[in-house]
Each structure stands twice: as structure tokens, then as C-alpha cells.
Design a protein around this ligand. Structure first.
Ligand code: ADP
Ligand code: MG
Length: 249
């Protein structure tokens, strides 16, 4: 396998039981590759299996057909190098910002003093310096998602998976956060080697990604792919970006 491949999916399938007990095939023969240095956006209608696919890559749920590989090893559970950001933030409401961010490091057995230092650093990087002692409910939605992103980045993941990470936020807040993450990535302030952005927002995908793949439902598989050879930051009003948005529609 080429050494620049971070994640490879081959013929991935996944079924869930319907309420009547019959299986429903959500993913069927998904082929997907994430290479070193790429941001790939995955677009698809609601219910097409985008979150299911990300959960498989994150090792949160098993696949039932095909192969999923991270850095050459089959994915059998959560891997330390793969971190996920959730649409609903998924913070623990009774823990402080600092404690939420340190959680990922606790699981890896990082000592307390180092956890604190790394959490401080990542909170500062993401614009939350001084908020470590706050509870999630004391923060705005945009700040809560910054905590979710800090919790993912504090482990220095190779692969960052973002599941509709901006869609619970108002447009301006979501765009600001998106641009902040792109700036960290483009300036190499984070050691992340590849990002998968799941979205149902075509504009967001065109603004962020080097490549867009489209997951079609019934059955869920990658139906098409668009390459985006435009430098970032991109201007949403530029003719080339508008043309790409129209092309993906
Ligand atoms: P998307 O993220 O593209 O909106 P999902 O991956 O969340 O789609 O879901 C795809 C389909 O799988 C939906 O019909 C959803 O109801 C179903 N599904 C997802 N997770 C489960 C589960 N744990 N049990 C049963 N059905 C599920
Ligand atoms: Mg989803």
C-alpha cells in the first residue's frame, strides 16, 4: 500500500435493523481513500449514511462488509490517531471546558501535568484562553464547538473527522470557525495529516476541500468525485467557486 494513504475503505457495507427487525442496508460497497495532506468533503442527503461512515472510520461501530484500514492496519476500534468532532458537540455538561478537553488524553494515559499543559495550549490556539474553568452551558454554541474541536486536536490526531461540525451554529459563527480551522491547517499549526469533512452544505464543501465525494443513498455508496484545485482562502463569491458549487449540485 502506498505510504501516503491515511485511510482506505474498500467495499464497506453496513446494515441496521429496522423497527420490524428486517435489515436495512445503509452502506453498500463504499470505496474511499484519504491521502496525506488532503481535506476531503463528503456530501450526501440526510440519511445517506455519512455519519455511519465516519463512525466506522473512527472505530466507534464495526462494519459488516469490506475493509477499513488506517495507516495500513485494519480498524477494529477507536485509534489514538483518529479524532472526531460531532454536530451536537457531545460535551459532558458536568465537566469544565478544561476537563472535557483533557478527556482524550486521559484515555491515552497522559500524566496530569502534561494533560493540563496541552489542554491550555490547544484552548489558546482555538481562541478559548481563560475559559478552562467554565462549564459548557456558560458558553455560546460557537464556543462549545471550539471546545469539541479542542478536545479532538489535543491528542494531535493524524486524521480529523468532522461530522456536520458547523451545522448547529448560526451561519456567521459557523463560517468563522470553519475559516479558523482552515487557517490552522493551511499554516500547519496543527500536525493533522488529513481531514474528512462531512456536510450537506455544498458551499462549505467547496470552500474547504481539496476533493469532494458524494455519497448517494439507496444503497449508500460513493457516486461521484470532484477535485478542487484552488488555493485557500477561497472567496465564496468568486466565479470559479460559484461554478464549482453549480457543478456539484
Ligand atoms: P446521515 O449522517 O447521512 O444523515 P446516518 O449515517 O446518520 O446518515 O444514517 C443513515 C441511516 O441509517 C438512517 O436511515 C438512520 O436512521 C440509520 N441508522 C443510523 N444509525 C443507526 C442505528 N444505530 N440503528 C438503526 N439505524 C441507524
Ligand atoms: Mg449525519
Amino acid at each position: 500500500m502506498a505510504d501516503n494513504i491515511l485511510v482506505q475503505l474498500e467495499g464497506v457495507g453496513k446494515s441496521f435493523k429496522r423497527a420490524d427487525g428486517a435489515p436495512r442496508r445503509v452502506l453498500d460497497g463504499v470505496d474511499f481513500t484519504l491521502r496525506e495532506g488532503e481535506i476531503v468533503a463528503m456530501l450526501g442527503k440526510s440519511g445517506s449514511g455519512k455519519s455511519t461512515l465516519l463512525r466506522i472510520v473512527a472505530g466507534l461501530i464495526p462494519l459488516d462488509a469490506g475493509r477499513a484500514v488506517y495507516l495500513g492496519q485494519p480498524i477494529t476500534g477507536p485509534a489514538p490517531g483518529v479524532a472526531m468532532v460531532f454536530q451536537s458537540f457531545a460535551l459532558f455538561p458536568w465537566l469544565t471546558v478544561q476537563q472535557n478537553v483533557e478527556l482524550g488524553l486521559e484515555a491515552q494515559g497522559v500524566p496530569a501535568a502534561e494533560r493540563e499543559r496541552r489542554a491550555d495550549d490547544v484552548l489558546e490556539m482555538i481562541g478559548l484562553a481563560g475559559f478552562g474553568g467554565a462549564l459548557p452551558r456558560e458558553l455560546s454554541g460557537g464556543m462549545r464547538q471550539r471546545v469539541g474541536i479542542a478536545r479532538a486536536l489535543v491528542t494531535n490526531p493524524d486524521v480529523l473527522l468532522m461530522d456536520e461540525a458547523f451545522s448547529a451554529l448560526d451561519v456567521l459563527t459557523g463560517e468563522t470557525l470553519r475559516d479558523d480551522i482552515l487557517a490552522l491547517w493551511d499554516s500547519k499549526q496543527i500536525p493533522t495529516r488529513g481531514i474528512v469533512v462531512v456536510s450537506h452544505n455544498i458551499e462549505e464543501a467547496v470552500m474547504m476541500a481539496d476533493r469532494i465525494v458524494i455519497l448517494s443513498s439507496d444503497p449508500g455508496r460513493i457516486a461521484s468525485e470532484v477535485r478542487i484545485d484552488l488555493p485557500r482562502p477561497r472567496d465564496v463569491d468568486s466565479p470559479r467557486v460559484r461554478a464549482l458549487v453549480d457543478q456539484v449540485y
